[in-house]
Design a protein around this ligand. Structure first.
Ligand code: HEC
Ligand code: HEC
Ligand code: HEC
Ligand code: HEC
Ligand code: HEC
Ligand code: HEC
Length: 454
């Protein structure tokens, strides 16, 4: 029943899509859709009004027509696969490639003709910028609300810490005072006590000591409680941990607004244990030509001047002089603060999760969170990073968290990797649990201490 409904819904959507595309075939190109496509695929290298990595694309249809006598057919070929076009010996394609120092433009074989027409329509007739009210509404999105809540929670936490520290300080003062009293007492006892009997004096001291002893016990008790409470607290503090970074790099602007793929920057996640922070050269691939921020999105409290200043820091770090378009050779390292960091005795491997576990993790996550589905595997563990201006830990990253997911995630036994790797095991498990049984990560060893600990 449910799956029938799903199909029904899909059918409706398909019909809707068909109708809308067939409608727009007659409308030449849809500039609004073109704008979206342009932002997602081209802004890394092109702007309409100025040269970035590639030439300015405003009015490009007219330009190639009047200057080169080429029509949109040529543009379609170029955008779909400029390399092939160059290889075919096309004169202008090779000319412009030379002119841009043989900088490779990405090929876009996936764009349909209609989509390319939409993009070209956008470069010819860009829609007027949206009114300011919209930008303001954009700024006050839900993301900033949650971050305000997080800030409130953080300030609550620091208040609690402050109060505890103050009470501990108070107790210490009290203890010092008591000790002083004791010392004084002993001194006076010694002076006066020459004639007094030892027994009374001892009893006196014992009584005093007993009080101090009680005080110390109470103090230790409070320390222990504080320690326990603090260790509980730390879980919360790690989750949501977002240190200040040397460059204000916004994932919302890069991965969200500009839809840049996580793995373009964190490319090593696929291949190995760590998913590194990109080097400054990766930034320069784009920022050699993006010297200013002209995006519509503004985080409340930030402005263009702020973002421009942050981009300048990339140039300072790499020694790039934007005026002469050359490297000066003077570089400064950028030291990002690590946010996620497992203790040394834990073995965590990104490739195991991002490659072998990808579909299993996405499917299982979407089943558990029907209201907040994810499309990128990273988000199952790191949260909706593409909505975060500042990355913060989205989970507590404890052993319990790893194990909870291993217990509840059904492994995809048919993906290439597992099919080979677990061939024998799979047969055994089928016998043990029956062929239709669910195999979760714990069944393939995901709860064995040695798999996660050196
Ligand atoms: C990785 C950078 C990059 C991306 C992404 C990119 N381009 Fe380019 N594009 C270039 C470069 C560089 C050139 C100049 C020619 C060369 O060096 O190949 C160029 C040239 C062009 C030209 C020829 C311009 C002229 O003056 O004749 C067109 C048209 C074009 N790109 C369209 C697009 C479109 C549309 C997209 C997005 C779907 C896009 N490009 C994405 C880098 C890029
Ligand atoms: C344009 C490059 C770029 C893209 C695209 C990008 N990141 Fe990042 N990422 C960075 C940089 C730079 C840092 C270090 C600064 C920081 O923590 O914000 C970082 C930090 C992180 C961290 C924290 C690392 C730590 O210190 O523990 C996580 C997690 C992360 N990125 C996940 C993602 C995910 C998920 C995506 C896709 C939704 C993504 N990134 C897309 C550049 C990028
Ligand atoms: C794939 C292209 C690409 C890469 C790689 C890239 N950026 Fe950006 N960056 C952009 C775009 C696009 C914008 C937004 C420009 C606009 O809207 O006018 C931007 C904006 C920025 C801004 C201003 C907004 C903000 O996030 O604070 C900073 C700072 C910045 N980038 C830093 C970096 C750093 C540091 C790296 C390397 C770790 C990097 N970028 C890598 C494309 C890229
Ligand atoms: C199964 C959960 C999980 C998934 C899926 C996942 N990560 Fe991680 N990520 C972690 C853990 C755990 C760490 C801490 C690793 C450590 O400290 O050794 C981490 C650390 C990082 C770091 C900091 C550098 C490092 O390697 O320690 C970056 C950057 C990062 N992840 C990006 C990504 C990106 C991008 C993706 C998607 C391609 C992704 N992660 C998918 C759990 C995950
Ligand atoms: C979002 C769910 C999820 C989380 C969280 C998670 N894992 Fe996994 N893990 C998986 C899946 C799924 C696999 C199986 C991948 C496959 O198909 O081979 C896996 C496999 C593994 C394996 C290989 C097991 C084997 O027998 O080959 C290790 C080791 C591992 N994870 C360690 C960790 C550690 C350490 C953490 C916590 C820091 C963690 N995982 C958190 C989903 C998760
Ligand atoms: C799926 C991965 C995984 C498995 C399986 C696993 N651990 Fe852990 N373990 C972790 C992670 C991750 C941490 C670090 C947690 C943290 O830093 O908060 C940890 C921490 C620990 C600690 C330190 C305690 C602490 O609070 O820091 C001990 C002890 C430990 N594990 C023992 C074991 C034993 C014994 C087993 C087998 C029964 C086991 N672990 C199985 C992932 C795992």
């Amino acid at each position: 029943m449910i799956s029938w409904r799903k199909h029904y819904k899909r059918g409706l959507i398909a019909i809707g899509l068909l109708l809308s595309t067939s409608a727009s075939i007659y409308a030449q190109g849809d500039a609004k859709n073109g704008e979206k496509l342009f932002k997602a695929n081209c802004t890394a290298c092109h702007a309409l009004d100025k040269q970035l990595v590639g030439p300015a694309l405003g009015g490009i249809v007219d330009k190639v027509k009047s200057e080169q006598n080429l029509d949109t057919d040529w543009l379609h070929k170029w955008i779909k696969d400029n390399k092939a076009l160059r290889a075919s010996g096309d004169k202008y394609a090779n000319e412009i490639f030379e002119k841009f120092n043989k900088t490779e433009m990405t090929a876009f074989p996936n764009l349909t003709d209609q989509e390319i027409d939409d993009i070209l329509e956008y470069t010819t007739n860009p829609p007027a910028p949206e009114p300011a009210a919209d930008a303001a509404a954009n700024g006050a999105d839900t993301n900033s609300i949650t971050s305000i809540e997080a800030q409130k929670r953080e300030s609550m936490n620091s208040k609690i810490i402050l109060i505890s520290l103050m009470s501990i300080g108070g107790l210490l003062l009290w203890l010092l005072f008591k000790l002083r009293q004791l010392v004084k007492l002993q001194q006076t006892d010694e002076l006066v006590g020459l004639n007094a009997t030892r027994a009374t004096s001892f009893g006196d001291i014992y009584n005093k000591y007993q009080n101090v002893g009680k005080g110390i016990l109470v103090l230790l008790g409070i320390f222990a409680a504080y320690g326990l409470w603090n260790s509980l607290m730390w879980i919360g503090v790690y989750k949501g941990y977002k240190p200040e970074q040397p460059i204000y790099f916004s994932h919302k602007i890069h991965a969200g607004e500009n839809k840049i793929d996580c793995q373009l920057c964190h490319s090593s996640a696929k291949y190995g244990k760590v998913s590194e922070i990109p080097s400054m050269n990766v930034c320069m691939n784009c920022h050699r030509n993006i010297a200013e921020y002209n995006g519509k999105y503004m985080e409340p409290g930030k402005d263009k001047a702020f973002y421009d200043g942050e981009i300048q820091k990339i140039y300072a770090a790499t020694g790039w002089d934007p005026a002469s378009q050359q490297y000066t050779g003077k570089t400064q390292p950028v030291e990002w603060t690590r946010i996620h960091n497992m203790p040394d005795f834990v073995y965590f491997n990104h490739a195991q999760h991002v490659v072998a576990g990808e579909t299993a993790i996405i499917n299982s996550y979407n089943k558990k969170n029907p209201d907040a589905k994810i499309d990128v595997v990273c988000k199952a563990c790191h949260g909706q990073v593409d909505t975060m201006n500042v990355v913060q830990m989205a989970n507590d990253f404890t052993m319990g968290w790893c194990i909870e997911c291993h217990r509840t995630t059904e492994v995809d036994m048919n993906n290439g990797y597992n099919k080979e790797y677990f061939k024998n095991l799979h047969e055994k498990l089928k016998k043990q649990y029956g062929s239709g049984a669910k195999i979760t990560v714990d069944a393939i060893g995901g709860l064995e201490c040695g798999k996660c600990h050196y």
